[in-house]
Design a protein around this ligand. Structure first.
Ligand code: SAT
Ligand code: MN
Length: 593
């Protein structure tokens, strides 16, 4: 540990940056808080936030013997997921937001939001939360300030971002050079779904969010800043802000390949990022390390490769389904110093959720005595928030200011039919088409029906802050002379048989698929089998030695149903054509190759 005391970057109240002080004053004049607290990000501050929430009953200590430093927050039952229908991108020109976003003219949106914010912090404390997305000294990192009246949000921001005096110093330094920080204004309001909106103003790098305390709606550094606004900034500055995990795959030869993978929310990004290889692979020397589980910022480096950072410093993961079998690393990291949201508890006050183990919980996520007639004990989108470094597979390269070089990009969705276990795109353009055509069955991470197939290009449908046509064109623009771009793959761990059971064992066994990708990247496997959808592994190229798979299941997992694929491709092309004239040439046609 660094023995040097933390720099006293700024006075306890206020900042050296007039623009920041002015904005805080302006917000305070509108929202009328009883007090203003400038967050320093210290342990003492975190402890006192927790203490305050425990005292007011919004945070419940869990069993401190088994789970030291762990707490439970029960949200309003109507505030448990992202609300895509209430999320807007407010560009001056409607077309810049694209058909992929809800849009409102900026002046109307400001008027609507300012009416909601008017006096909303009376009786509350206004917290000023300076944060940095990415390693504090990284040229790839970007900063913001969130103003919120929710101590729960502040505590979560402390776990999820680099928050406090160091971030404020950087903001002040950059501000002195004329660089702007992202301004996020948030209030939980009355948690009334009728008075709930999440508004983005990409042209002003601003966010206004009212009426929800839930993760993606309220922790503004995450989806609002690091994806919606960052994707806009990235397009202007020539980089990519993506909904991707980043993992390091160490091979028996001792090389580490970094892989970025995009899956929609609640489709296993956290599990893949923290994968523990099966014993036979570990014995050979395979190892996975975790750089990030949700967001990836990729910049072209001088060497032509894409270099990636994880802008976050924590994980906001889905609890249900997390177990010693599915994700032992995650389970180990959430035994201490974790904030749980909407999980159930056992009779000795330990956190519990469906899929954890066979204990029967005592109380459900709403605090009612558990009764299966009321549905699942934990909310299906129950979450844990925890510092990234607590993960046993955490990679110190997550702190590397230059980021990590990406060898492969993986797209994937939850598809019970049709889509094979893995295929490789023929080239970058084809890979962009594969990503743009992605579909997935919906999950509990967003309000609405679950299990409905929807098109989710690059897993960015809810998160791209501008017109998808421009976004695809931006992706294509990376293919230029001198670029050494990653190979692009598509995977599907979720294929089901006629009996409704998953065909592929998934979890740790997914390393078998990653192994093939790395062999393709380093050239040790010269070519897959060419098909009408891309390159497929041959049977012998995938190591399936010690897993029990019936031949017909394997045929299904690795095969192509040509007629059904033709229908899928037409549907994907029709969906892409909805992006109209801004769709880059090639992507709307039925075959770019
Ligand atoms: O709710 S979050 O947006 O923070 C998580 C997710 O849906 O991916
Ligand atoms: Mn996500």
């Amino acid at each position: 540990m660094n023995a040097v005391p933390r720099p006293q970057a700024s006075p306890a109240h206020g900042s050296r940056l007039a623009a920041l002080n002015d904005w805080v004053a302006e917000v305070a004049a509108l929202t009328r808080p009883d007090a203003i607290h400038w967050c320093d990000g210290s342990d003492a501050e975190y402890a006192s936030l927790l203490e305050g929430m425990v005292a007011e009953g919004t945070l419940l200590p869990l069993n401190q013997q088994t789970h030291p430093g762990c707490y439970l927050h029960r949200s309003d039952p109507d505030d448990v997921a992202r609300v895509e229908h209430l999320t807007f991108v407010c560009t001056r020109e409607r077309d810049d937001a694209g058909p992929n976003n809800h849009w409102m003219p900026p002046a109307d949106a400001h008027a609507k939001m300012d009416a909601l914010f008017d006096g909303c912090m009376r009786g509350r404390t206004l917290y000023v939360v300076p944060y940095c997305m990415g390693p504090i000294d990284s040229p790839l990192a970007r900063c913001g300030v969130e103003i919120t009246d929710s101590p729960y949000v502040v505590a979560n921001m402390r776990l999820m971002t680099r928050m406090g005096v160091d971030a404020l110093s950087r903001i002040e330094r950059e501000g002195a050079d004329g660089k702007v920080f992202v301004r996020g204004l948030h209030s939980t309001g009355e948690l009334d779904p009728e008075r709930r909106f999440i508004m983005h103003f990409p042209e002003d790098l601003a966010i206004k969010s009212f009426g929800s305390g839930y993760g993606g709606n309220a922790l503004l550094g995450k989806k609002c800043h690091a994806l919606r606004l960052a994707s806009w900034q990235a397009r202007q500055e020539g980089w990519l802000a993506e909904h991707m995990l980043i993992l390091g795959l160490e091979t028996p030869a001792g090389d580490t390949h970094y892989i970025a993978a995009a899956f929609p929310s609640a489709c296993g990004k956290t599990n893949l990022a923290m994968l523990i290889p099966p014993a036979s692979y570990r014995a050979k020397g395979w190892k996975v390390t975790t750089v990030g589980d949700d967001i990836c910022w990729m910049h072209p480096g001088e060497d032509g490769r894409l270099w990636a950072i994880n802008p976050e410093a924590g994980y906001f993961g889905v609890a249900p389904g997390t177990s010693a079998k599915t994700n032992p690393n995650a389970l180990a990291m959430i035994q201490r110093d974790t904030i749980y949201t909407n999980v159930a508890v056992t009779d000795d006050n330990q956190p519990w959720w469906e899929g954890l183990d066979d204990r029967v919980p005592a109380f459900d996520w709403q605090g009612r005595p558990f009764d299966p007639a009321n549905g699942p004990a934990a909310h299906p989108n129950a979450r844990f928030t925890v510092r990234a470094r607590q993960c046993p597979s955490w990679s110190p390269r997550a702190e590397d200011p230059q980021g990590v070089p990406i060898s492969a990009i993986v797209f994937g969705g939850r598809r019970s039919t049709l889509v094979p276990l893995v295929f490789e795109a023929r080239d970058w353009t084809h890979g962009v088409q594969v990503g743009a055509s992605m579909g997935s069955e919906t999950t509990a991470a967003a309000t609405g029906a679950v299990g409905v197939m929807r098109r989710d290009p690059m897993a960015m449908k809810p998160f791209c802050g501008y017109h998808f046509g421009d976004y695809f064109a931006h992706w294509l623009s990376f293919d230029k002379p001198g670029a050494k771009l990653p190979k692009i793959f598509h995977v599907n761990w979720f294929r089901k048989g006629e009996d409704g059971k998953f065909l592929w064992p998934g979890f740790g066994e997914n390393i078998r698929v990653l192994e093939w990708m790395v062999a393709r990247v380093d050239g040790s496997v010269v070519s897959g089998e060419d098909s009408d959808i891309g390159l497929l592994p041959t049977r012998t190229q995938l190591d399936l030695d010690d897993i029990a798979l019936a031949t017909e299941d394997l045929d299904r997992l690795l095969g192509i149903e040509h007629d059904a694929w033709a229908v899928e491709r037409d549907a994907a092309v029709a969906d892409l054509n909805a992006y109209g004239v801004r769709l880059p040439v090639g992507l709307g046609s039925s075959d770019p190759a």
